[in-house]
Design a protein around this ligand. Structure first.
Ligand code: SF4
Length: 395
């Protein structure tokens, strides 16, 4: 989501004559788009902002914009502590970003947008379809900093997909609970069908689905539309129904596993997110997570240690010993590495549809990396027989 938001903010800045660079000393402006989902991410963003004081003082007219979820959570406190920030724009104000720029009188709009070359070459284009989240997972700060879920009108999304697919064959639909999308009765599955009808779109992915919003109509649409990638990043968080209940995740471990079974029957590979060391997680709960991980055979997982976020119910709970959390995390990471290796090796001898992102590499529909010595055209889609894998890449 943050990447898509950054892209949107960049496009507005292009309208003020800026061009993109990653070289700090060439820059006249630094845009820091922040995340606050974990304490560590927020600290890194603030510490970077602190270090920019020197950079700003070295040349006149240098500017800093501090945006996103940490900006929303901390609000005016950022300006007070870091006066070098010219604009602080919280995640809820992203839609007002152009007005904020104009009203700041720090920028003069130009009539020409200089879109950098890179914008023209992306294989995957991200399209936001929702903002905010109406779930209330006990550990999560997102609903507080991004607000209630709001679906973007389908005509805007589809127009965006039409434009972006002229340069990017793969469309990634984005939302905090992407499959909860519903604009006045226009559902997520309807939206998927419509995106698939765009001739230039070769593949459709979406992030992040919530298990509770996966219903039978989803399986049907997937079956009927081969453009929908056979991969789902489906956050699990815990394999213990008791912990899931404490987390207010709204599904049981068994319900999650049933979804995985259904998806696998349709040829899907599943990756996931898991939180280790939630305050109520016992050894037995952790064992259940490990068992479910083995049963699901995830192709990949982001595993995180529980990070208390002030203002969320889980932050009020007593944390468990860090040593124990570290230990559980290492065990889990080893298990995930094995699962991922198996997922790669399971494709040997299979035909896979690869979308090339460079002339030598691309991703399969199941989101596994493929590499070849033969020169291919970036953006082309090819059916390829997988001959070997070392557990990390297909060949
Ligand atoms: S579904 Fe839960 S974890 Fe995901 S953004 Fe919403 S509240 Fe946070």
């Amino acid at each position: 989501m943050n990447e898509a938001d950054s892209e949107e903010m960049l496009l507005h800045l292009f309208g003020f004559g800026y061009q993109q660079t990653t070289v700090l000393n060439e820059a006249d402006l630094v845009l820091i788009n922040t995340c606050t989902i974990r304490d560590h991410a927020e600290h890194r963003a603030l510490s970077y902002l602190g270090r920019l004081e020197k950079w700003k003082g070295e040349k006149q007219d240098r500017k800093i914009i501090f945006a996103g979820c940490a900006a929303e959570r901390l609000g005016k406190a950022v300006k007070k502590r870091f006066p070098q920030a010219d604009i602080v724009c919280g995640a809820k104000s992203l839609e007002k970003f152009p007005t904020i720029l104009e009203n700041s009188s720090l920028f003069k709009p130009l009539n020409v947008k200089i879109v950098p070359e890179d914008e023209n070459k992306k294989i995957t284009a991200q399209v936001s379809i929702m903002r905010g989240c109406s779930c209330k997972c006990s550990y999560c700060i997102v609903p507080y900093v991004r607000g209630e879920a709001q679906s973007i009108p389908p005509e805007i999304i589809l127009e965006n997909c039409r434009i972006k697919s002229k340069k990017s064959p793969e469309i990634m639909l984005l939302g905090q609970t992407v499959n909860a999308y519903n604009y006045k009765g226009f559902t997520f599955t309807k939206l998927l069908e419509e995106v698939c009808k765009i001739p230039e779109v070769k593949r459709v992915r979406f992030l992040s689905p919530h298990p509770v919003f996966i219903k039978d109509d989803f399986y049907k649409v997937v079956q009927d539309n081969k453009k929908i990638a056979r991969h789902l990043h489906l956050p699990l968080q815990s394999g213990s129904t008791k912990v899931l209940k404490d987390m207010k995740r709204l599904y049981t471990a068994e319900e999650y596993y049933n979804i995985v079974k259904n998806l696998k029957q349709l040829g899907f590979l599943i990756s996931t997110d898991i939180i280790v060391g939630y305050p109520t997680e016992t050894d037995e709960d952790f064992k259940q997570t490990l068992n479910l991980v083995k049963k699901c055979g995830f192709s990949f997982a982001y595993c995180f240690k529980f990070s208390p976020r002030a203002g969320t119910p889980a932050a009020e709970l007593k944390e468990i010993a860090q040593e124990m959390v570290e230990n559980r995390l290492n065990i889990l990471l080893n298990e995930i590495r094995e699962c991922s290796s198996l997922a790669y090796k399971s494709r040997i001898g299979q035909k896979e549809e690869v979308l090339f992102e460079t002339k030598n590499s691309g991703r399969t529909s199941g989101n596994l990396w493929y590499r070849t010595a033969a020169a291919k055209e970036a953006g082309s889609l090819e059916e390829i027989l997988i001959k070997e894998s070392d557990g990390k890449i297909l060949k």
